[in-house]
Design a protein around this ligand. Sequence first.
Ligand code: DGJ
Length: 735
Amino acid sequence: MTIYNHRFIIKSIFLFGLLACVSETFAQVVTIPIETANQAVVLQAGNDKRLRCIYFGHKLSNAKEYESVPEAYKQAEDHAGLLNSAYTPSGSRNLFEPAITVTHADGNQSLDLQYVSHEVKSAGSGVSLLSVLLKDPVYNFEVTLYYKYYHQDDVIEQWSVIKHHEKGKVTLQKYASANLHVKANEYWLKQFHGDWAKEMQPEESKLTHGIKTLDSKLGTRANLFMPSVFMVSLNGPAKEDEGSVLYGGLEWSGNFKVDMEVDNQDNLRIIAGINNYASAYVLNAETDFTTPPFVYTLSDKGTGDASRHLHNWARNFKLLNGKGERLTLLNNWESTYFDFNEQKLGELLKDTKKLGVDLFLLDDGWFGNNHPRNDDHAGLGDWRENRKKLPNGIASIAKEAVNNGVKFGIWIEPEMVNPRSDLYQKHPDWVVKQPKREEYYFRNQLALDLSNLKVQDFVYQVVDSLFIKAPSLAYIKWDCNAVTYNAYAVHLKDAQSQFYVEYVRGLYKVLQRIRAKYPTVPMMLCSGGGGRVDYGALQYFTEFWPSDNTDPMERIFIQWNYSYFYPAIATSNHVTDWGKQPIKFRTDVAMMGKLGFDIVVSKLNTNDLQFCQNAVKAYNDLKGVIWQGDQYRLRSPYEQNMACIMYADAAKSTVIMFNYLVNNRYGESSKMPVKLKGLDPQKRYLVKEINLYPGTQSTIKNNLTLSGDFLMTVGVNPDLNSQRTSVILSLTEVK
Ligand code: DGJ
């Protein structure tokens, strides 16, 4: 009995120990699915506590089965066990591009990050926030990964918060926002490059082994040569309506770096964040370093679906006042440049009213006295009205605008200074320049050091004082024309490597102050074109200026490419005198976004003027569908002789379809009908051509009524030809 009992006890202890051990083993494997309506990213911490991404793709119906995913892959050996790390640390066993590299307080450069805990919270209706805490077992150093996921839109924003409790300072050498891991047979990158007036030129190529980097080191006007937005399609080049495609972009208005590395297992590692170029960041103990969100969406229904998800997300959650109103406007930049006075502005206010748009936007050249802003060599920084041009100040123009029944907006470029200015002479220490080197200018100007609180105050005051002087001020165009040369800020003393980061943080602090006081005033984000747009900035701006190139033929392509990532409501398009196309073509193209004009209204002939006035009225009727509707890119100007884009309202009862002939060779025309998308097959639609030029007749049959089924299966022909190079069709449900 005793022996039996003894054996029993030993056996029980053994069994209990085994069970405890097994359950401990199970307990150590933590699987964290991040699921949206259709997609999933799944993280898993294994027995070794390393957090990995084990799945990136279409959501499974049974979340338990994600655990079986790793088994399904029989790939080459992962020597370090870190290839699919959710946030790759460097200096320990990692062999690939890291997400984070640090120098600890004692000079050691190694980092290991192990899973500690995670939690999911609600971040609003349909939005969840996952945080995963990782710690180094040796150093008192931690990273919390954040995943904010928007269920309906299949969009994820990902960032990290880095912190330490070491004795002394830690230097962050690299600090990415996100580290993705994608598995497919092939990866096709569509990236965009450009320059002034040539924004968003696409290039698509197959990613090969090694690293492809998209980056910017331009500072202030970071996107001039390349934006951070890109798409990667899996298993073949991107298609509009089929295939898996990932869109990504960094929400940061400064230097960025996106590394895409096809590894030895043929998987794709994407590491995105602030560019660590010349940007080692010294972090004090107990201080959070928060990286900007990297936003991405994955679709397995092609680029059209991915864009619609991103547009919805932007309008609902990111773009300032994304569901709200916008103002149509007349801008005087291309009609007057720097040459205007009160009398001329008075006439332009009348023209604004005559045209029928909401607002007159006074552009560059209204300020500077000791150094008048009569060209782009002087005056930036001296934000007082030029007494010769505007003896009664902007308050009087704003009043005059009200008297004319229109609103008034103004251009500023408050981050910049011309060496020929009072500001430069008074505060040379506010200017970004190398103390011992020759100054070097971009458009004859330099940036102000926004890392400096005093400069932040100054920039805030520039905006605030305008509203104080002219309380009816209804719009701001915020320009930024220079890149950053000779990055050096007096105020940062020996912390120069923090300049690029602190500049953007300073800019955002100013914008936050402005938005706290003026939450809804529309502001256009301009940078001599699209040198700046990103979703970090768009939380403070209602719209952006895609390019100074307003030649409508060029614009079809530029807007096409922006439309992958940004909704029409955010895209400011102005009708100007660029290009050879008639006013109808120019206006139709500009209507595919937020409409404005920058032409000499008084010089329009009767028909052109009447056309523009009617177009503004038509736009006012249609703008809700263009701004808030679902966008479908129907015909690509890159593939055919025509470009077609449509917008449909949520009820699928109102549709606007824009069509352009983009090839002017002999005999080019729309020989085939264009199939519409996203309609209700059961509904019947009245097809009508709108926005006709005075005196012209539509060639579209009267009372043409077709079913959604017909329109999506056979299509409609806009009848484009050399006489009809631009055609807008409206399709309205017939009840
Ligand atoms: C660049 C902008 O893109 C233009 O529209 C205009 O505002 C000029 N700057 C003014 O200097």
